[in-house]
Design a protein around this ligand. Structure first.
Ligand code: CTP
Length: 429
């Protein structure tokens, strides 16, 4: 069925089918309360888009024409859970009591118009109509709404051409200032393009250069959030390729490159992720596979622009150093490689292992991850104390020597370890 032929009853059936009984009950409760309070209530944005595309999600964005905060508070008072309110933006988040398949929270927004005082800044808002609320959004396909209250249940609001564009697979901004107001929409556009295989409308393509000029005004958090979302996408590699082509990556920071070598490493590394036990999260791994050959000095600039958290920052720096130095490990004894690798965050070693081509260097890292890392002597500090050795830095040295002997194959049994320990203690004494 084409979207344009969808009737109100088709849509209510689609809604009912897409929602589990618990999810349906959650929305129905909100809708019943809105009906009682004579407040038009709509579900908008990504949920509607994905419902029509046959891939409904759990992202419930609800728009109320009227007092959203009162509605959310009454809902929580009746149904339980808690509400947080953002009075300035007239929005509320309801965290319903946990239930199977329920979202962690539901966003309630007062229908509003937005005014951008400066490009790339957060807008000021004033209450408005549903159409005002849809008009302030990014793309026509995200400006569709389905009404939920009372007899209106299932009514589609398509005032801005979203349905036609969804059907034709077209990404189109709602006005010519869209990217300048909010350049994060450039990232969102490319993400949707790859996710749905859509095309960009020619007049929207023509707006890209104006948006690029505003990217440097975006805060670190907003750009990083967009890149984080992209790295979670199945088609992350093609999105990054497209961002590079459009000049978006360079506008974020010149050290953010994308080319065939990176792409190959990135795709191969993410596909092989399951080869490693306890591998880093997909997002962390993706960052490292992308940036591991950016030299340390370039990474400092990227980190300044994107404000990574300290764990990711240290991991990326370590991965970048390891990529350069890993080749020298092939000529070393296992104990020497272990001494070097133990100093590096484990996630960095894992990422570099997945990023390197198969060969001797990768094998050293694999050996480390799969066996050397956990090889430890049987002797403990407690045993050394029992042997009458005074506690001190010597303990560490002795245990390290025992571990090295195991790693390098000089000892293979606990008896041999005991004999070596005797010898080492004698030489200390
Ligand atoms: N939105 C917007 N401009 C932005 C971010 C969001 O207009 N920069 C609007 C869009 O209408 C979008 C809605 O807010 O549909 C919700 O935003 P979000 O949850 O980020 O996006 P989704 O559409 O749910 O898409 P995704 O599948 O990427 O989560």
């Amino acid at each position: 069925m084409t979207f344009s032929r969808l009737t109100k009853s088709d849509l209510s059936v689609r809604l009912d089918q897409a929602l589990s009984s618990e999810q349906g009950r959650l929305l129905k409760t909100a809708a019943d309360l809105a009906t009682l309070q004579h407040l038009p209530l709509y579900i908008v944005g990504g949920f509607v888009r994905d419902l029509l595309l046959g891939r409904p999600g759990l992202d419930f964005d609800l728009v109320v024409v009227g007092d959203v905060i009162g509605l959310a508070r009454t809902l929580a008072a009746r149904q339980g859970g808690r509400v947080t309110v953002h009075s300035k933006f007239k929005t509320a988040q309801w965290f319903p009591p946990p239930g199977e398949g329920l979202p962690g929270f539901v966003d309630f927004i007062t229908a509003r118009a937005e005014i951008y005082k400066h490009p790339a800044a957060l807008p000021t808002v004033k209450p408005g109509t549903l159409i005002d609320d849809l008009r302030r959004r990014d793309f026509t396909i995200n400006a569709l709404a389905i009404r939920l209250d009372g007899l209106h249940y299932g009514e589609l609001s398509d005032e801005l051409g979203g349905l036609e564009d969804l059907e034709a697979g077209i990404l189109r901004t709602l006005h010519s200032q869209s990217f300048q107001d909010d350049p994060t929409r450039l990232f969102r556009m490319v993400r949707y393009q790859a996710r749905y295989g859509f095309n960009i409308a020619p007049e929207t393509l023509a707006l890209i250069p104006g948006g690029l000029l505003q990217i440097n005004h975006l805060s670190a958090e907003r750009v990083r959030h967009e890149l984080d979302l992209i790295l979670e996408e199945e088609n992350a590699a093609s999105i990054l390729k497209r961002l590079e082509k459009l000049g978006i990556l360079e506008s974020v920071h010149p050290a953010l490159e994308w080319n065939q070598v990176i792409q190959k490493r990135f795709e191969k590394g993410l596909n092989a992720e399951q080869d490693l036990s306890h591998s880093p999260s997909r997002r962390t791994l993706a960052w490292a596979l992308w940036l591991m050959d950016v030299p340390s000095s370039g990474l400092v600039g990227v980190e300044k622009r994107l404000h990574f958290d300290s764990a990711l920052r240290d991991m990326l720096q370590a991965a970048s150093t390891l990529v350069v130095q890993a080749g020298s490990l092939t000529g070393k004894k296992p104990s020497q490689s272990v001494a070097a690798l133990d100093k590096i965050p484990l996630k960095a070693v894992q990422a570099v292992t997945l990023g390197l081509p198969a060969g001797a260097t990768q094998q050293v890292l694999r050996n480390y991850l799969e066996s050397w890392r956990v090889i430890k002597p049987k002797t403990t500090g407690y045993d050394l104390k029992k042997r009458g050795l005074p506690p001190g830095p010597e303990y560490k040295t002795l245990l390290r020597k025992l571990r090295a002997a195991w790693l390098d194959g000089e000892i293979k049994t606990p008896e041999q370890e005991a004999a070596l320990l005797d010898k080492l203690i004698k030489s200390v004494g």
